[in-house]
Design a protein around this ligand. Sequence first.
Ligand code: HEM
Length: 309
Amino acid sequence: QVDGPDTNERLVNVMEKLAGGPHKGHRANHAKGIVVRGVFVPTAAAAALSKAPHFNKGSVPVTARFSNSTGVPSMPDADGNASPRGIALRFHYTERAYTDIVSISYNGFPSATPEQFLDFLNAVARSGPKAAKPTPIERYLAAHPKARQFVTTPKPMPVSFARQSFYGVNAFRFINAQGDKRYIRYQILPVEGEQFIADRDAARLPANHLFDELRARLPREAAQFRLVAQLAQPADPINDGSQVWPTSRETVDLGRIVLTTVVEDSAGAERRLQFNPLILTEGIEPSDDPILLARPEAYTYSIERRSQP
Ligand code: HEM
């Protein structure tokens, strides 16, 4: 038995440190958010892949939270560190029961395991302005191509949260009524397509532009996404979200997410909401991806801290 914080608690500690926090009442990551609601309408193809209840009904209510990355609650939307952004989705398939998808606007992850992710974040934390060259993060990125790709891939600001794609990254296993099993990864793709703003123009926009845009948009026009399953081929890596599957893999439209309303007290709602990618239902099983399996525990540290009065 080893005393002291475990990897998941250390991850939350370093996230708070990087954010100049802890910021009382806020998430250790994806702190700046907005809560909306709408519906999900599944396709017939969804029911053929999974017996999950929300894929086998006419439609179900959805609660969603869009967010900027990092634990900085005042993160300006055009800041480079605001990406990858998040969408967390909760499908209410009965009055009391729900299942979640928690996804980001980058297809992939910098690390294969929580330990590697901790090394990555610690390297960032040790690379302040006074760090000797090459800095810890420069050395880390030189040795870790997936993390390098994550950091160096341009992540421009979208014109709207409604015009950004999101990716589930971790794999899940679908099981249909016949007992057939398929590994999948989620994609959440804007029906209107992606559209981005040049960095130079984004820098001139107000700090809350994306949040204001969503509040202005929804009374006129829903934010609509296709929920898509990318199907694994037998040799595809199932347990490593840093290894993206080829774009040539078959995809299946599972249905349409139609988000229509910003909830009345978004700040209160987000304090109460506790999204968790392992709140699943029959017809959907987790993979053994160690990042996926670590997430609920890490999230619980953040939830406990932000719930303190
Ligand atoms: C070991 C890896 C990870 C760690 C340690 C981690 C940590 C965290 C923490 C501490 C929170 C705040 C939870 C809360 O207070 O409710 C959070 C939220 C979030 N994470 Fe992660 N995360 C990890 C991986 C991922 C991955 C792979 C994705 C997506 C593919 C993701 C997407 C999100 C999103 C969208 C939120 C905001 C959820 C909301 O709106 O409430 N995270 N994460």
